[in-house]
Every structure is written in C-alpha cells, then in structure tokens.
Write a protein that binds this ligand. Structure first.
Ligand code: HSE
Length: 434
C-alpha cells in the first residue's frame, strides 16, 4: 500500500525526537499501522544540523507544509498560539489530519479547531499535549467508555514537581532548581507557565473535557502555582506526614464540576505523594473501575515523541474509516457535550493546612480554636514551634478536616484580624484522593 506522508512543523526538542523515533522504529511502526509512514516535508524557520534529511523537502515557511497536496498528516510542534492556530486551521482547510503536542492551542482554541475538523472530516490528535509520554488521553477517552468518571487528580507539570521534590529532598532554593529544569529542557519557554500553574491548567482543562464530556473551558480553571511555597511549609507538611504536590483536580460534585490547579498536601502513603522529580502521574476514578493510576515521563524529547507517533499511527489506521465512526475528539459525540457548570473555588470542599505566625502568649491558641469552632471547622492536628526569642512570635500549624472553602476563608479573615496574629495565614489545601 502507498506510504502515508507526514509533514512536521517545528524541529525542536519534540520535533527532533519524533523524527528520530519514526526513523529508528520505522519497521515496528509500519507493522502496527499497516502502512509505511514517511516524513516527506519539514517546516522549520532555522535549518537544524544533525539530522539526515535526504529525500525530505525542507521549507522555512511552515505554511508550505500545510498546503502541500502530498502531505496527508501535519504534525504541529511549533508551540504557541496565533501562528500555531493559523497553521492548524490552514491544514484542516486543505483536508489534512493534524497531530499536535500543543496544550495551549487545544485548551484555548480546541472548541473551534474541533468544529472545523468535524466539518472537514479530518482528525485532530493531541495525546502529547497532556502528560508527555503517558497515554492518558487514550486511557480516559477509550478505556473509560463504560464508566461515569467521578474525579481525576494529577501531577501534570514536571517542572513544578521537580522543584518541589528538590526543595523537600535537598533543601534547595526555588530559583536554583528552576534554572536546572530550564537547562534540562523541561520548562516552558516562559517558565512562569510552569511555576504559576498555567501549563497544568491547560492540561487539566483538556483532561476534564474528555472525562466529563464538557466543552473546553480554560478560563474557568482555578489556577494557583507553587511560587508561594516556602521551605518551612515543605518541612512542616513532612512533620505532619504529608507531602506538598502541585495537583490538577477535576471532580464531579452535586451541582457542578470542580476544576482547580494548586499546591496540595497529600498523605505520604498515597502513590501520588511518591511521584518525584520531573515524572507525571494521573489518577482517574471511574464508578465501575474504581481508582486507576498512570505514571511516566511528562516531558522530554522522545517520551513526548512517543505520544506524537502513537497519534500518527492512530490517524493512519483510521484513514480508511468514515469520519463519524472515529473516536470523537472530546470522547463524547460533539452534539452530546454537557453544559454542567464549573463550580467557583469558594464552593470547593477539602481539608486545609494553615500556618500562621502568632504571639507566644497565653490564650492565643484558645482564640484561634474558638474562631474555627464557631465556623464549625474541625481541627485534625496542631503543631506549635519554639519561638526564636522568648515572648516573640511562633509558627502555629493546623490541619483541619474537610470544609467549604468560603467558610475557611472567613475563618482566616477573622484569624488575621486578631492582634496576636502577624501577617497573612498560609493556606494550602489538603487532598485525600478518595
Ligand atoms: N513544561 C512542561 C512540564 C513540559 O514541565 O511538564 C511538558 O508539557
């Protein structure tokens, strides 16, 4: 059978990895796909040394790839928003299937891209957009078809996880670890996307859509990064038997769906608490299957290429099938997406870790306990640290049981307004993953 021609736009970390994997494993890939897969055209702004590109057309204008009538599948690996969107829309317009690793593009423009692809009868595959090499899109979209998904929670930003792991294990400073993640090629071009939770929010937005059959709603994801986490909090969490992880959580509740990205304490015995370094992991809970866990490299050249190539093979296999018999982009038929609302963060329910700096005087603890008691907030554990100087301030650390976020916030306001409390209360949510 005639080989399938692939055009790759962008020959950076992931593009280079994709080319290498397609060449190195060509025979195995062809045995799986049922056809040979050839890279026939590459679009890259600057010529890259180190690749054997004999027989491959190379263009500095990536749009030439999208318009090339000989290209069957366009692989978009340039990243970013505007140009990538224009490129993908051009490819769709020219009847090409698209494979992309671009989470920002799917999270923010996926609804319009899928609508255009549906009209044209082409596929958009985006496994590599979430959790790098872990086949989490396929697992949720196809493996959970019989389930009502209750919740999912994941460590979906490798850079953030690397920083938190190094802070805990080696006591390293935040900036120093971030620099190393950048050198290793894990961090985004703008690393604030990693540390402020935007990268994780884009990935969570995609996961929640395929889990619950809702349109992509990036602007509804509550997003908080890890830049406020201090060595103190990492250490005190450890003393309480917990670890701080940066989580993306999507949970179905009565009245709506919680969609949030933030640091969270997880008990050290939980599997997710033991996912370290740049590794990613996602737990998915279905009503029939119960809890499941997926673990692997969430970034890097060939791990991400692994997902890109799997998508290319999927596209190739389905070339002969009619477009309405394919797996829908968001797992559910496009006309059956639900308009269930996304709950505001105030309506979230979880436990809380609170750290406050208070005067070391009689009655202070009683006042704080009274405020919490009046709001019906139950305390699970307390640690009080020695003052640095006699009669000075002490750190008071509390763990509370589950409570609505708005109740917790009003208790924190009351605690912060006490004369005996200094500055702001540090609040970190506690997740039980149940
Ligand atoms: N910057 C991302 C991370 C890369 O650190 O996980 C993969 O999306």
């Amino acid at each position: 059978m005639k080989p399938v021609n692939v055009g790759i736009c962008g020959l950076g970390t992931v593009g280079g990895g994709t080319l290498n994997v397609l060449i190195r494993n060509a025979d195995e890939i062809s045995r799986r796909a049922g056809r040979d897969i050839l890279v026939s055209h590459i679009g890259m702004r600057n010529y890259k040394e180190g690749y054997d590109l004999s027989g491959v057309k190379v263009s500095a204008d990536i749009f030439e790839v999208a318009k090339n009538p000989d290209v069957d599948v366009l692989v978009e690996l340039i990243g970013g928003y505007e140009v990538a969107l224009e490129l993908v829309m051009t490819a769709i317009d020219h009847g090409k299937h698209v494979v992309t690793a671009n989470k920002a593009l799917i999270a923010e423009h996926g609804n319009e891209i899928f609508a255009a692809a549906h009209k044209k009868g082409v596929m958009i595959a985006f496994e590599a957009a979430v959790a790098g090499g872990i086949p989490i899109i396929k697992a949720i979209r196809e493996g959970f078809s019989g389930n009502q998904i209750n919740w999912l929670a994941g460590i979906i930003n490798g850079t953030g996880n690397f920083i938190l792991t190094e802070m805990r294990d080696k006591g390293r400073a935040f900036d120093d670890v971030l620099k190393e993640a950048q050198q290793l090629g894990y961090a985004e071009a703008d690393p604030t996307f990693d540390v402020e939770g935007i990268d994780a929010a884009q990935k969570l937005c995609i996961l929640s859509s395929i889990a619950f059959g809702i349109p992509l709603q990036f602007d509804r994801v509550y997003t908080q990064g890890i830049s406020d986490i201090t060595q103190k909090d990492v250490k005190y969490a450890e003393e309480l038997g917990y670890r701080i992880k940066h989580l993306g959580i999507a949970r179905r509740r009565n009245g709506g769906i919680e969609l949030r990205v933030h640091p969270a304490l997880i008990h050290k015995d939980q599997l997710l608490a033991n996912v370290n370094g740049v590794m990613n992991a996602v737990m998915v809970h279905g009503d029939a299957v119960g809890p499941t866990l997926y673990y692997g490299a969430g970034a890097g050249s060939e791990p991400t290429a692994s997902a890109v190539v799997a998508d290319i093979v999927d596209v190739v296999r389905s070339l002969a099938s009619s477009s309405d018999s394919r797996v829908p982009h968001l797992a559910f038929q496009p006309d059956k997406l639900s308009d269930v609302s996304i709950l505001p963060i105030d309506e979230t329910e979880c436990g809380y870790y609170l750290r406050m700096e208070v005067l070391d005087q009689p009655g202070v603890m009683a006042k704080i306990a009274q405020i919490l008691g009046e709001k019906d907030i139950s305390i699970e554990a307390i640690i009080q640290k020695e003052p640095q100087i006699e009669g000075g301030e002490v750190s008071l650390i509390l763990l509370t049981r589950k409570v609505l976020e708005k109740k917790m916030n009003s208790a924190i306001d009351a605690i912060e307004s006490l004369d005996s409390t200094w500055g702001k209360v540090m609040k970190i949510r506690v997740e039980y993953l149940k």
